[in-house]
Ligand binder design. Structure first.
Ligand code: FMN
Length: 374
């Protein structure tokens, strides 16, 4: 078997596959099962200090497409394929005190497995910045190998939490700096994909001395409306609010965000997430330049922690490396990053025919520039 081990933000991983912060890592029992199953690391479900009360009803469902047909629905039915997860789950509903002791016990029992603590507080005042530091110190005191700052949860009411931090460059820097002030372990930052230029928020985090950027969390979205009842397929007493889309549907979207990041910061460290269930999927992120990858939706659908998914990932990587004579991830990491170029650099049948979109002569079926007000 090929050597799958890798070093990411100074930490040695036996393989570059982690369970992402989500239900698969919501308890010590799950994390232990995950380590036994072969995951190189886990990121805990996000731990916070404020009270968490989830919605009355299901927190996650899976959007399925008919194999022979067009109907997209969350109803579980034969002859369908999962396209995405949709959730409006909040962070861990277990308080920090619940996690204390358990994190230390996990790390003691599995010293070579990597335990990353995902944390989240507010950011609107000094007390909240202090809360970030309290969480960071508590988790590092338990022996966590790294911290992942959640700047990405898409369904927070508070304007100074979750993806609202990830949409604000100043907060990205300020919070990262506050955590770095007290941490002795690497600090990863998980950004929201819901911004116009994720490079700006990443730059702000790196300015705050982040050791890595992680992308993507789920994408803001709504569940479909059932044409028979006219109700959203997920609702509480008829009402819904935006939640997050994950799973296969977001793989190309998350790749585009990751490509922006790895191209802008080729020397920085990135962990890729979004739609991974096989090595072929993870390979996309490695070829863009990621040093690790994370999985949520696929693991949720495979005995809650993905025992088959991790086997597929490690076997797939090993076979891929053997077939191509690669000795380590660094032999192919980033190998396709430079193939993403501006549209104008893509070859035309005749280079003289393309003028960067400013063509004077109208092409049949297209308006002339002046007709569309250019
Ligand atoms: C039910 C559910 C709960 C989640 N909770 C968290 C969380 O607490 N913290 C976090 O950073 N991401 C959370 N996520 C996002 C995942 O970690 C991951 O970024 C996202 O699902 C995309 O990966 P996937 O396509 O493999 O599902 C959650 C996702 C789901 C589906």
């Amino acid at each position: 078997m090929a050597d799958l081990s890798t070093t990411f933000t100074g930490i040695r991983f036996e393989n570059p596959f982690l369970l992402a912060s989500a239900p698969p890592t919501e308890s010590d029992a799950n994390i232990i099962r995950a380590f036994e199953a072969g995951w190189g690391g886990v990121v805990t479900k996000t731990i916070g200090l404020h009270p968490v009360v989830n919605v009355k009803g299901p927190k996650t469902k899976f959007l399925r497409s008919e194999d022979q047909g067009a109907r997209l629905s969350m109803t579980k039915r034969p002859g369908t394929t999962v396209m995405a997860s949709w959730n409006w789950e909040l962070i861990s509903d277990k308080p920090l005190d619940w996690w204390i002791g358990k994190l230390a016990a996990i790390k003691k029992a599995y010293p070579t497995k990597i335990l990353v603590a995902s944390i989240m507080a507010g950011s609107g005042n000094d007390k909240e910045l202090h809360n970030w530091q309290t969480l960071a110190k508590a988790c590092q005191g338990e022996g966590a190998d790294a911290l992942e700052l959640n700047f990405s949860c898409p369904h927070m009411d508070r304007v100074d939490m979750g993806s609202n931090v990830g949409k604000d460059k100043v907060l990205c820097s300020v919070v990262t700096m506050a955590v770095k002030e007290v941490s002795k372990i690497p600090v990863w930052v998980k950004l929201t994909p819901a911004t116009s230029n994720i490079v700006e928020e990443a730059e702000a985090c790196f300015r705050g001395a982040a050791d890595a950027v992680v992308s993507s969390n789920t994408w803001p979205s709504l569940p479909p409306i059932d044409p028979a009842t006219l109700d959203f397929e997920m609702n509480v007493e008829g009402y819904v609010s935006p939640g997050g889309l994950g799973g296969p549907a977001i793989l190309p979207l998350s790749m585009a965000k990751m490509a922006q990041l790895t191209k802008a910061f080729p020397d920085k460290e990135f962990s890729g997430i979004g739609g991974i269930s096989t090595f072929d999927h993870a390979l996309n992120y490695f070829l863009l330049g990621c040093g690790t990858t994370q999985v949520c939706t696929a693991a949720m659908l495979d005995h809650a922690i993905g025992p088959n998914v991790i086997k597929t990932l490690t076997t797939g990587m090993s076979d891929f490396m053997d077939a191509r004579g690669f000795h380590s991830l660094s032999d192919f990491r980033g190998a396709r990053r430079d193939r993403i170029v501006p549209h104008s650099q893509i070859k035309r049948p005749d280079a003289r025919e393309y003028h960067g979109g400013y063509e004077d002569e109208a092409v049949e079926g297209y308006a002339k520039a002046e007709e569309v007000g250019v």
